[in-house]
Design a binder for this molecule. Structure first.
Ligand SMILES: Cc1cc2nc3c(=O)[nH]c(=O)nc-3n(C[C@H](O)[C@H](O)[C@H](O)COP(=O)(O)OP(=O)(O)OC[C@H]3O[C@@H](n4cnc5c(N)ncnc54)[C@H](O)[C@@H]3O)c2cc1C
Length: 427
């Protein structure tokens, strides 16, 4: 490793983009600080599996400090950024502290967006953090427990109704796995309810599910969901969301568990800089991913709006964030070496994958499209490959083999102290 000099690169966010940038800078003559408000890097693509009792939390998250341990010129700090003093070249923290930088990379990701209905959040949690996964798992498992006690048939039916709003990959993955949980995993565990009577309803405002995929793959996914017993309602925007259920298309669907998988908004990085942003709040970056007007500040990953040419933008997915992290590390290096700037960032599409339960998936690699079991194995192998560490890869592969062959999910623990109010409000 090259000796570090005084040039200090601060990276806010130890997610896919930030971590990749740190790793690629670590071999150069830099002092690197990764600041994150959480102590762990989270593998969000498998978060739904933690939320649906398939994987343990520790199998999909790792301490950032330990991931950067071997880079002697990299420091990890736990703390939440609340702003940037661009003139004074410092990141501002919520407790009043400042972290000075020479170059800054903002990689703070995204959060849920309720399209102006933030009051829906307590009733319909989204999936973004380990805490969200724990909350969702608690709500799903508690609904079955409460139904076991319930003698009123109508209320029992409501407790056994699961509504998922938004049919992108996360909504589809949640719906498929909850259906398997109800129809297979829990089937023999209760005495007063038949968990196979559970209703899983996937609601989508657009005309079809998984709109980022081709129409034939999307149609296949809808059939695969139907085989699992999921009711798909496309072309329905939810107009109300309460503790009792959801309203859609003039109908009220009583449901005790409502999950939000419909929208995301960028972190407030653009607001910190008063920089131009798109409708999702993402910083509209220059072709070299720097923030216009701030040559020493870069924005990458889900918090950046990156042009992919012809009016398209780079999608908010993990491989894109990693490619951007790697690219920005390269830009910073050549600047330090006094070499000419590299070509503008160009996104390479490595493919699109989504899974529907434990037996079907769809894969679009551009040059080949797969569906069914072969696609599921491709999806599984790709995800195991991208996990960090041999132990996690083995643990996840073993957990999946176990679920695949027995239908049993071992992470079925209800934890946390929050009491879920799932009983119907008194009329
Ligand atoms: C449920 C779910 C499923 C997904 N599935 C897939 C999938 O299958 N395939 C795929 O490619 N992509 C998937 N994605 C998208 C993918 O996870 C993101 O595109 C990717 O994580 C973006 O990387 P990032 O580095 O921009 O942000 P993130 O990975 O989100 O990292 C942002 C980091 O910044 C930190 N942070 C945020 N604000 C602050 C602050 N103020 N101060 C300090 N630290 C802060 C956060 O704690 C976090 O560690 C999924 C996302 C979700 C939520």
């Amino acid at each position: 490793m090259a000796a570090s000099d005084d040039h200090h690169v601060v990276i806010v966010g130890g997610g896919f983009g930030g971590l990749e940038a740190a790793r690629h800078l670590a071999a150069g003559p830099f002092r690197i600080t990764v600041l994150d408000r959480r102590n762990h890097h989270l593998f969000q693509p498998l978060l739904y599996q933690a939320a649906t009792a398939s994987l343990a939390l520790s199998e999909i998250a790792w301490p950032i400090r330990s991931l950067l341990r071997r880079y002697r010129n990299a420091t990890t700090l736990l703390g939440a950024a609340t702003g940037v003093d661009a003139a004074g070249k410092a990141v501002l923290l919520e407790d009043g502290r400042r972290v000075s930088y020479d170059t800054l990379i903002l990689a703070t990701g995204a959060r849920h967006a309720y399209f102006g209905h933030d009051e829906w959040e307590p009733h319909a949690p989204g999936l973004k953090t380990l805490e969200d996964a724990t909350t969702i798992r608690r709500r799903i498992l508690s609904a079955f427990e409460r139904a076991e006690w319930q003698t009123n048939a109508e209320e029992r039916r409501r407790l056994l109704t699961f509504a998922i709003i938004g049919a992108g990959p996360t909504g589809v993955e949640l719906a498929g796995t909850i259906a398997e949980l109800a129809h297979e995993t829990l089937r023999r565990d209760f005495r007063h309810i038949d968990t196979r009577e559970a209703r899983v309803v996937l609601v989508e405002a657009g005309p079809r599910i998984l709109s980022a995929f081709t129409e034939d793959l999307s149609a296949y996914a809808e059939q695969a969901l139907a085989r699992l017993g999921v009711e798909v309602r496309t072309g329905h925007a939810v107009s109300e969301c309460s503790a009792d259920g959801i309203a859609l298309g003039g109908e009220f669907l009583p449901a005790a568990t409502i999950l939000w998988a419909a929208g995301v908004a960028a972190s407030p990085a653009a607001e910190w800089l008063q920089a131009p942003a798109d409708r999702a709040g993402r910083v509209i970056v220059a072709p070299d991913l720097s923030v216009p007007g701030f040559p020493d500040i870069f924005a990458i990953g889900d918090t950046a709006h990156v042009s992919a040419g012809e009016g398209r933008t780079v999608p908010g997915i993990a491989p894109a964030a990693k490619q951007e992290g790697r690219y920005v590390a390269g830009v910073i290096r050549v600047r330090r070496e006094g070499k000419p700037p590299p070509k503008p960032f160009a996104y390479r599409n490595d493919g699109n994958l989504a899974t529907i339960g434990k037996r079907a998936a769809i894969v679009d690699l551009g040059w080949i499209k797969l569906k069914g079991r072969l696609a599921w194995w491709t999806w599984g192998i790709a995800h195991v490959y991208f996990l960090i560490g041999l132990r996690n890869r083995l643990a996840v592969a073993l957990s999946w083999l176990w679920i695949y062959s027995t239908g049993q999910r071992s992470a079925r623990l209800i934890t946390g102290t929050g009491v879920e109010r799932q009983e119907r409000r008194p009329q």
